[in-house]
Every structure is written in C-alpha cells, then in structure tokens.
Design a protein around this ligand. Structure first.
Ligand code: C5P
Length: 408
C-alpha cells in the first residue's frame, strides 16, 4: 500500500543561484524525483561554481539549462518554453543577489528571466533563501524579499542554525526534505484556511512507579498525519502528543504530554480557542490508583502486588460537553478489534459528537497505512486502504465540508 507519490505528475523547475547551499539542491532534486515530480534544473552561472550541472543532470534525469542563449531549443526561447511547461519554479538556494534581481524585475540571466516570463497564475514561484545572517538581516535583502512576496512569490524559510561561514544565525536554507514537504503542502487545496484545529495523538503512559507504566501500541502516526494534512490545508494546528518518537509536522505547534490527565489538562483550556477538535489519541482508559514514588520491589514471597486501577477522564467527552459557544466541532476515533461500525456508532452517541472515524486498531498500530470508516448521523463512508497521510487528507476534505461553526 501507500503507493501514491506526493508530487506525481508535477512539473517543477528547480532553479539554483550561487551559494554553498547548492550542495543541498542535489539531494532536493533526488527527493523531488523520488516523490514523482519531473524536475528540470536551471542554474545561474554562479551556481555552477558551487555544484556541477553534471551532478544535477544525473539526479534530475534531464539536461541542465544554464543560458538563455542555449541553442538546443528549436525556437531559441528557453525562458518561454520552460516556464509554460512548469507547475512551479522552486529557487533553492535563492541568493541575496538573486532576490535583488527578482525585486527589480531584471532578466540578465536565464533563471531570473524565467521567473519574470512565467505565467504567474499557473506557474508558482517559491524561493528558499540561503545566505549569511548579516546578508539576510540587511535592510536591502529584507526589502527585496518583501517585494518578491508582494509580487506573488512564496518564501520558504530560511532557518536558523550553523552557517558555512562559521557563524550562527538566520539564513540557512531549509533541508531537502523540508523543502520537499513545503512543495507538497503548497499544492494541497487550502480547505481549512483561517481555521484552527486541535489534535490529540499517540498513546498515554500511566505510571505504576518511576520506572514502569501502563500504555498501549498506538504509534501516533495517524494523528501526526492528520495534523500535517490540516496544516497543509491552511489550518493553524495545535498537536497535543503523548509519548511518541515522531517528527513534528512543519508549521504545527506541538505540546508533549505523558499521561491522560496531563493530556486532559493541556486540551481543555485550548479547546475553546479552536474551531475543530480531532481526538486521535489512544488515551488509556485507566491508570493505577496511586503511582509509587519508589520502584516496587519483589518481596521474595512469590506474590505480585495488586494493581488498583481508576478511570481516566474522557477528554473527548469533556470537550464535547463544553458550553456550545466554547465547543469546537468534535471528531473522535474508534480503534476496535471487531464490530467496528457498531462500536463506532455507539461512541458517536455516547460522546455526543458529530463524526467518528473507525479503524481496526491491531491492523494499523505502528503502520504507515490504514483504512477508515467514517460514521455520522447520515450513515457510513468507507475510505479504502491508503497511506495515513493520504487518508488524513481525505479526512480533512470531509471535515472541511461537514464542519459547521457553533454560534460563539
Ligand atoms: O472512549 P473510547 O476510547 O471508546 O473512544 C475513543 C475516542 O475517545 C478517541 O477519539 C479518543 O481519542 C477519545 N478518548 C479521550 N479520552 C479518553 C478516552 C478516549 O479523548 N479518556
């Protein structure tokens, strides 16, 4: 499963201007091709000082274009031909000088000429700046970036961190995988623009003593995929995560918690500030009545200590019970081992929520793919097996269509 490629059939011009970060463009070209894009590399003369067209040709699978006088084009109009065939131009790295050219609408080199000649309504321009922190902070650069933005460019990064010059600061180009994810996100429809979404994900861990606890097999992957899909769709996303080892999706605000009570205490004050609440977390139903402060020791009698359990607060039900003006639109998850639809429908009613998403827990825990059944008052809708991110994007679409604001 999970066969779908995230940039399938996308035609990307990968533009390189001069900078040390050109070394990252090699990996970026590879990642874009891997994600299914067709990649045409265009390099400025300065870029060829940092990495060779040979490398970029081998990785992209297409001859690199470096000059507007390239006579290989039958009509000798590389700037028109290339920009008419592309869905987006991604300039990575975008140097300070290149952005100065853009801001002025200059066309001295093929790459700047391409940006100028592109049909802006169907060929997007994305810039990944890369430069020394002083160059980035310079008012001239900031002016040029603001102008490029005002002229319709999307600026990705830069990030803070170690720089090739040995200094530390803002100006590093985003990493190849981050840029790939930004490009994938760019192409997603902005179905949740202007909305705020609160997501819980992962298991919870209920301490027995300082070294042991009660938890479950939830990996958090479905919840993290949903948080990513919601952010891609333009939502402002807060993710309250149980103990999982997953990278935070880009542009998602993450709060880490351990136990169900911590998750409850993090979620309840945040819920009234969000439009939509999606509870994907596999919250432990019970916790040990009292967690020992010291590790429980065997006493040699051969008897195990008895473990008294008490029920945890139901976070989703508590949010669903908030006064209507404070209540986000709630979506629950049901991870079952059998009778999925029946159990999901029971939960829908018991928790008083408009939508519940059922999945077979043991079949999906830890995996990258899943299959879902959406249960609401109208009936059931099956989302057939696919990667978790593909399913999350479908779920975003369903939620965007069905979501109704509560009167506030
Ligand atoms: O209560 P049950 O586990 O059957 O329902 C699952 C749904 O309720 C999931 O959306 C889960 O995140 C949420 N839940 C919760 N707090 C709990 C138990 C479950 O938010 N204590």
């Amino acid at each position: 499963m999970s066969g779908e490629l995230e940039l399938q059939d996308r035609r990307i011009i990968l533009g390189l201007s001069g900078g040390i970060a050109c070394y990252k463009a090699a990996e970026l070209a590879r990642e874009l091709v891997r994600a299914g894009a067709s990649v045409q590399v265009v390099m400025t003369e300065a870029a060829t000082q940092f990495i060779t067209p040979v490398t970029m040709q081998a990785l992209s699978g297409h001859a690199v274009v470096t000059s507007q006088w390239d006579a290989r084009e039958p009509n000798n109009m590389a700037h028109i031909n290339l920009s008419r065939e592309a869905d987006a131009i991604l300039v990575a790295p975008a140097s300070a000088d290149f952005m100065a050219q853009l801001a002025q609408g200059r066309a001295d080199e093929l790459l700047a000429l391409l940006c100028l000649a592109r049909p802006a309504e169907r060929c997007a321009l994305l810039l990944a700046p890369a430069m020394n922190r002083e160059m980035w902070a310079h008012p001239a650069t900031q002016r040029n970036v603001a102008q490029a933005r005002a002229d319709g460019a999307t600026v990705l990064g830069p990030a803070a961190g170690d720089q090739a010059c040995g200094e530390i600061g803002n100006g590093r180009m985003l990493e190849a995988l981050e840029l790939r994810d930004e490009l994938v996100a760019f192409f997603q429809p902005k179905r949740l623009a202007g909305r705020s979404v609160l997501v819980t994900a992962g298991p919870t861990f209920e301490a027995i003593d300082p070294v042991r606890g009660v938890t479950n097999h939830s990996s958090g992957k479905m919840g993290f995929a949903f948080a990513r899909a919601a952010a891609e769709a333009g939502a402002q996303v807060t993710l309250v995560a149980g103990p999982v080892h997953l990278a935070t999706p880009r542009h998602v605000c993450r709060i880490d918690v351990t136990s169900a009570r911590q998750m409850h205490d993090a979620v309840l004050p945040l819920a009234p500030r969000h439009d939509i609440f999606v509870a994907t977390a596999a919250v432990a139903d019970w916790r040990p009545a009292s967690a020992g402060e010291q590790k429980l020791k065997k006493d040699g009698s051969g008897r195990a200590p008895s473990l008294e359990l008490v029920e945890n607060p139901d976070i989703l039900a508590a949010v669903a019970r908030l006064p209507v003006q404070q209540r986000p639109w709630c979506v629950g998850f049901a991870a079952e081992s059998h009778d999925l639809v029946r159990h999901a429908r029971e939960k829908l009613q018991r928790k008083g929520i408009p939508l519940i998403v059922g999945n077979l827990g043991p079949a999906t825990f830890g995996r990258d793919d899943n299959q879902l059944v959406l249960v609401d008052a109208r009936g059931e809708t099956e989302l057939p097996a696919a990667s978790k991110i593909a399913l999350a994007r479908q779920l975003v679409q369903v939620i965007a269509e069905r979501w109704e604001p509560h009167p506030r």
